[in-house]
Ligand binder design. Structure first.
Ligand code: AHR
Length: 524
């Protein structure tokens, strides 16, 4: 079967008749010429909207070895560090141009009291991290260390405040402590703790998952609490607070409806969380079969429906699209690696995770009219991480490589595409074999990122451009096995390579996409 998919803002709303007509035309042309080729129409002249680079954002929680061991080793560590923060991890994340980092949770955020994490480290109180493994949290990584990390990474901070067990005053003072330039108890406390200049902290989350670990609240109750907390998040010294309300999990559309109705006018962003789980038969990150591959990619594709449905509700209250959708937790969630603490969520990361990331980022790009930020969970050593560390060693995951390959999309203009492609079928089920997004960067180059989800078949695709380009090149991420992954013994098993399966002929670029691959094309 052959299907047509429009990849552009509001793709879900593309007129059905036009799509059907396009399918018929393509089928007729295909039959007449005897070709069963996939077609990608790239409407370069119709570039519209900007792919906010914050779609490529990250999330790091006080969970397992994300903060401690992942970023923070302390100033006295033999592992090379700058003021306690690992140099290797910072350098690797700078390569993928990490734009924004969400912290300190997650569920941890609604139990975190920020004043525990300031001042002399040896005097900071130790607490129990009840959500994640019941381990002792010594608070050595706190506000100053987090904002130092963001400065070292060159990214914007996104702080999630405590609504579940905190107070309005606490969150109000956190904003004042970090951003106020003048004389005040909080600004002076910051100075006493060694930081004279305020930081710029634009993004503030008003709680996390307050329908669950953040307080088990009903949407009406949370909407009122949101209004109260948000009232006291002040703009100090030129810092303009961007307020993000806790959003729904998956398909909880009622949460979005109530929040938009009751508090939509008072927020800048509304969050959404979606974890696409793992396989059906096996939840192992590295030991799975094609059934699990298919299941996982199908669930990753489901985020398109979630974005479309939540956007439709947001459109009702906010047709101008002033309120952003902030997908501040997403990714694959597998079983922990054997022998590791189940509360630490340490999982390996395979080529399948790379496909999950690539598909999801394409979908975010195509919905960049509403999705302005997203934060994959959770950067280092937790869930779908970019980086895994073992003492002084560090490896990059296949997901890291996707983020690197997609950097040209940061702040580029979205180019609408129309894809007519084969299906990838498994048993009685089918999903589109290909998934794509395209953009034009500031220098005029066109970037197309396309995934072949089919693990058993290369897919030849004709890319139709509006003008004949001078040259085209590409890079590919693939491997022999669907379970391929990087290990400390073999850190480069999955990494990008040059892609030469492409032929340029006038306005048509023909590419042969290898099975189970992510291809990034650059067209000049
Ligand atoms: O990312 C792990 C957890 O998943 C977060 O703490 C929570 O917000 C979500 O349920």
């Amino acid at each position: 079967m052959n299907r047509t998919i429009s990849g552009e803002c509001c793709a879900g709303a593309a007129p059905r008749k036009k799509i059907v007509a396009a399918v018929v035309v393509v089928l007729l042309v295909g039959c007449a010429s005897g070709l069963a080729q996939n077609k990608l129409l790239v409407r370069t002249g119709q570039a519209k909207g900007t792919i906010n680079k914050n779609i490529y954002g990250h999330f790091s929680e006080h969970l397992g070895r994300c903060i401690y061991g992942g970023y923070w080793v302390g100033e006295d560590s033999p592992i090379p560090n700058t003021r306690g923060i690992r140099n290797d991890v910072v350098a690797a994340l700078r390569q993928i141009k990490i734009p924004v980092l969400r912290w300190p949770g997650g569920c941890f955020a609604d139990e975190y009291h920020w004043k525990d994490g300031i001042g002399a480290r040896e005097k900071r109180p130790s607490i129990v991290n009840t959500h994640w493994g019941g381990v002792t949290e010594n608070n050595h990584f706190g506000t100053h260390e987090f904002l130092d990390l963001c400065e070292q990474l060159g990214c914007e901070p996104y702080i999630c405040g405590n609504v579940g067990s905190g107070s309005v005053l606490e969150m109000q003072q956190w904003v004042e402590y970090t951003t106020f330039d003048g004389q005040s108890p909080m600004a002076n406390l910051r100075r006493e703790n060694g930081r004279n200049e305020p930081w710029k902290v634009r993004y503030w989350g008003v709680g996390n998952e307050n329908w669950g670990c953040g307080g088990q609240m009903r949407p009406e109750y949370y909407a009122d609490l949101y209004r109260r907390y948000a009232t006291y998040l002040r703009n100090f010294s030129g810092n303009r607070v961007y307020k993000i309300a806790c959003g729904a999990s998956g398909g909880n559309y009622n949460w979005t409806e109530v929040l938009m109705r009751e508090a939509g006018r008072r927020m800048n962003g509304l969050a959404l969380h979606y974890y696409c789980g793992s396989g059906r038969r096996s939840r192992s990150a590295t030991r799975f079969g094609e059934e699990d591959w298919f299941e996982q990619l199908k669930r990753a594709l489901h985020i398109e429906e979630l974005i479309t449905q939540h956007s439709a509700i947001m459109d009702k209250y906010d047709p101008q699209k002033r309120v952003a959708m902030i997908v501040d937790e997403w990714g694959a969630w597998h079983q922990v690696e054997p022998g590791t603490n189940p509360g630490f969520l340490y999982q390996q990361n395979s080529l399948r995770d790379a496909l999950v990331a690539a598909i999801t980022l394409n979908i975010f790009n195509n919905h960049c009219d509403r999705v302005k930020m997203a934060n994959i969970a959770q950067t280092v050593n937790v869930l779908q991480a970019m980086i895994l560390t073992k003492d002084e060693k560090m490896i990059l995951t296949p997901t890291y490589h996707v983020f690197e390959m997609y950097t040209p999309h940061h702040d580029a203009a979205l180019i609408p595409v129309q894809l007519t492609c084969d299906d990838y079928g498994f048993r009685n089920d089918r999903i589109p074999a290909l998934n794509v997004s395209a953009s034009r960067d500031k220098s005029g180059k066109i970037h197309i990122t396309v995934c072949n989800l089919d693990p058993g078949k290369a897919h030849e695709t004709a890319v139709a451009l509006e003008t004949a380009p001078k040259k085209a090149s590409g890079r590919v991420l693939t491997a022999r096995q669907i379970t391929a992954h990087n290990t400390f013994a073999n850190p480069d098993a999955v990494r990008p390579a040059a892609f030469d399966e492409l032929k340029l002929d006038g306005k048509t670029l023909t590419v042969t996409l290898p099975p189970k691959s992510v291809v990034a094309l650059e067209i000049e």
